[in-house]
Ligand binder design. Structure first.
Ligand SMILES: Nc1ncnc2c1ncn2[C@@H]1O[C@H](COP(=O)(O)OP(=O)(O)OP(=O)(O)O)[C@@H](O)[C@H]1O
Length: 395
């Protein structure tokens, strides 16, 4: 419950144990009425244009490296201009300049910051004191996120206890209201859609050389990524790749964040190591890490964002010994669904699914769905291989 006390604080990152940055842009809410296509073979779902853009012909050149938010442990987020990102992506998939910056590297110093953004001026209950801009007319990242999410998460903006103070000061205890309001209402709806998507949607409609799928399992520390990944790996023979361990083993660390007591991962080196591992070509990996935005889109076939109720998560993290700032930032990140938004911004909507993991029953159901997805992917892959053999005249 303590998370509410610091709701106004900047969502910062932690690395290896805590989470991430405030995002400058928030995607539009998921289309509530989107109905996934019926299952079909991978091939039948490949529009030629997409194949051309992302198939094996141009290999890495069209890859969209997305690690533009490299300073994960900084309060300020520096957004990479799109044009620069595209230019750098052309360097044949090897680590582009975008990756030169390290995660959790300290941000720019010395810039005077406005105390509050224009929006915060009237929103004293959640003003953002760590603005990424020194222009007070630019809404801070937290205000932008709240504006986007408040209707979605709370149903109606007017019913949100934090917005009410804008009209009149609250008459009841703010914390109590926050806890009593059914904030999971909209989350439950979108969860239903996500599960439907996972159950019914065809695996990635993209031609790939891989014979096995790659799955990213992401989420705030403690939501259950590793538990899911292990269970799915055991059922599917996919390789569970814990990035924390992988980065350490392959020398991809770049120092230590003393404030958060977390190792700092160098994106550049990590992607080089993953490339050397053959993640893109071979496939067959379940990539388990809280960050999901650094992998090229063409590497990934499914992104699972594991979610947990903040109170459940808090108990888990406290049980692990998290406390203070590190605990708070993780709870805030889950509350603000930072990782879900990051996934939605970084990958096509059709491959991103959000799965709740509060109880054992959730875990079992989620694993079942992911396993079923893998089986369908493999079936479609085999079917495409057969088609290719027929086309090439192979026996
Ligand atoms: N659905 C669930 N029901 C009950 N307990 C769960 C569930 N999912 C995870 N847990 C428990 O929560 C704890 C954290 O799980 P896990 O280590 O898988 O999280 P994580 O997201 O991988 O964390 P990290 O990012 O720090 O590695 C574990 O004790 C696990 O048993």
């Amino acid at each position: 419950m303590q998370y509410i006390d610091k709701l106004v604080d900047e969502v910062r990152i932690c690395e290896f144990g805590a989470l991430t940055h405030a995002k400058a842009a928030v995607p539009e809410p998921e289309a509530e009425t989107a109905v996934p296509n019926p299952p079909a073979s991978i091939k039948s779902k490949h529009p030629p244009a997409e194949d051309d853009a992302e198939g094996e012909n141009d290999e890495e050149t069209s890859e969209s490296f997305k690690s533009t938010k490299a300073k994960r442990s900084t309060p300020q987020v520096t957004n990479q201009p799109v044009s620069q990102k595209d230019d750098e992506d052309e360097n044949d998939g090897k680590t582009s300049k975008v990756f030169k910056s390290k995660r959790a590297k300290p941000g720019p110093k010395g810039q005077p910051k406005a105390d509050k953004c224009a929006h915060c001026l009237n929103q004293e209950y959640f003003c953002d004191r760590n603005l990424s801009s020194n222009d007070s007319n630019v809404p801070c990242s937290k205000c932008r996120r709240w504006n986007k999410n408040v209707d979605k998460v709370w149903g109606k903006r007017d019913s949100h206890p934090i917005f009410r103070p804008c009209l009149s000061l609250p008459t009841t205890n703010l914390k109590e209201e926050l806890l009593l309001t059914p904030r999971n209402h909209a989350v439950a709806q979108s969860e239903h859609q996500n599960q439907y998507k996972l159950n019914h949607n065809s695996p990635r409609a993209r031609k790939t050389m891989r014979q096995q799928p790659n799955i990213v399992i992401t989420g705030t520390p403690g939501v259950g990524k590793s538990t899911h990944a292990e269970a799915v790996a055991a059922r599917t023979n996919l390789t569970h790749l814990t990035i924390n361990d992988f980065a350490r083993e392959r020398g991809c660390l770049d120092g230590h964040d003393n404030r958060l007591n977390s190792a700092i991962v160098d994106d550049d080196r990590l992607l080089d190591a993953l490339t050397a591992e053959g993640v893109k070509e071979k496939g067959g990996y379940i990539i388990d890490w809280h960050a999901c935005d650094l992998y090229p889109e063409s590497w990934i076939d499914l992104v699972v964002v594991v979610r947990a109720d903040v109170e459940v998560l808090q108990k888990r993290l406290v049980g692990r010994g998290y406390e203070g700032e590190k605990l708070q930032e993780n709870i805030d990140s889950e509350f603000f669904q930072v990782l879900l938004e990051e996934a939605r911004e970084s990958y096509e909507e059709e491959i991103v699914v959000e799965l709740k993991s509060d109880e054992t029953g959730d875990l079992d159901a989620n694993v079942e769905r992911i396993v079923s997805w893998v089986e369908t992917w493999r079936t479609n892959r085999a079917s495409e291989n057969e088609d290719d053999d027929i086309e090439t005249g192979a026996t």
